[in-house]
Every structure is written in structure tokens, then in C-alpha cells.
Ligand binder design. Structure first.
Ligand code: SAM
Length: 146
């Protein structure tokens, strides 16, 4: 999906899409740097949107491990499935993570907006409970005021 398509989703549902543009490669590189460079990690991506970070996760994994992407927007997830056949794309809200995941995640990379946390007070607990004991969680965020 194009950048214009992303912006259209923002105007359609601003609190859920939460950004006018997808993340930059610089931000994506920082977010994905937690993925180990060896082994077969299970990586869960929350709120992948149009796949700006998905692409970098796939590159970093280079065929290793497993990559699940959980996206609530049906249009985004349909486009992701077409673009990234190696990614297990699930169309669902992130708080369903404990039932969607059949094993613990090594890494959770989240592009979720803060509204997802406001709406579900137990989301942080669900994420923490889905991580392996030495797993890592990374969440993007923008300050409202600089
Ligand atoms: C700020 S965008 C980030 C998109 C992408 N990760 C990026 O960095 O460009 C937030 C994304 O989270 C998705 N989202 C919002 N609430 C969600 C929820 N409860 N569960 C899953 N995805 C959600 C939105 O549809 C949107 O794709």
C-alpha cells in the first residue's frame, strides 16, 4: 500500500492509525537492532501498518526463525500478506496475542499507538506474558510536544 493509502487510513481512523506516514528506515533500523544476528528467533510485530518495519525485520532475519505480524486494520493486513509471503500475518487486535501465539516470543517489536494501551489496560501484561524470560520488547513512540 502506498504512503497515500497510509495517510487515507489516518484520516479514516486517526486514533488507531496514529500517524500520517509510515516509520522511516532510521527508526526501523533502531527498532530491529534488538533482533539477534544468529539463531532462529521468534519475532512478533504488533501494528505493522504498511510494512516499513516488517521489511527491515525480514531483512534482519534473512530467512531465520519466525515472524508473526498482528495488525487490526484489514486493508493493511491484506496488503502485507501479498507483499510478505514469509510473514505470518494475523488480522486481530494485539491484546489477543496470548491466544494467537503458540510459543513464547524472543522479540516483540511494536508500532502500536498509545491508544491501543489506553483501550486495554492489560495489554502490557499480555505482551510481557508472551515474551520468553530473556526476551526483548521495543515500542516506537513520538513525543506530543518537543
Ligand atoms: C503508527 S502506525 C505504525 C505502522 C508501522 N509499524 C510503521 O512503523 O510504519 C500504528 C499501526 O498499529 C495498528 N494498530 C492500532 N491499534 C492496534 C491494535 N489494537 N492491534 C493491532 N494493530 C493495531 C494500526 O492499524 C497501524 O497500522
Amino acid at each position: 500500500m502506498s504512503r497515500l493509502g497510509f495517510a487515507a487510513e489516518f484520516f479514516r481512523n486517526p486514533l488507531v492509525t496514529a500517524s500520517l506516514v509510515p516509520s522511516s528506515r532510521y527508526l526501523g533500523a533502531v527498532m530491529t537492532s534488538v533482533i539477534p544476528e544468529s539463531g532462529s528467533p521468534t519475532v512478533v510485530e504488533l501494528g505493522p501498518g504498511t510494512g516499513a518495519v516488517t521489511e527491515l525485520i525480514q531483512r534482519r532475519l534473512a530467512g531465520r526463525g519466525r515472524h508473526l505480524a498482528i495488525e487490526v486494520n484489514e486493508g493493511f493486513s491484506a496488503a502485507l500478506k501479498r507483499r510478505f509471503p514469509a510473514v505470518e500475518v494475523l488480522t486481530a487486535p494485539a491484546d489477543e496475542l496470548p491466544v494467537l501465539l503458540d510459543r513464547q516470543a524472543d522479540i516483540v517489536i511494536s508500532g502500536l499507538p498509545w491508544s491501543a494501551y489506553w483501550r486495554n489496560g492489560s495489554l502490557v501484561r499480555s505482551i510481557a506474558g508472551s515474551l520468553s524470560p530473556d526476551g526483548a520488547f521495543t515500542q516506537l513512540g513520538y513525543p506530543l510536544i518537543r
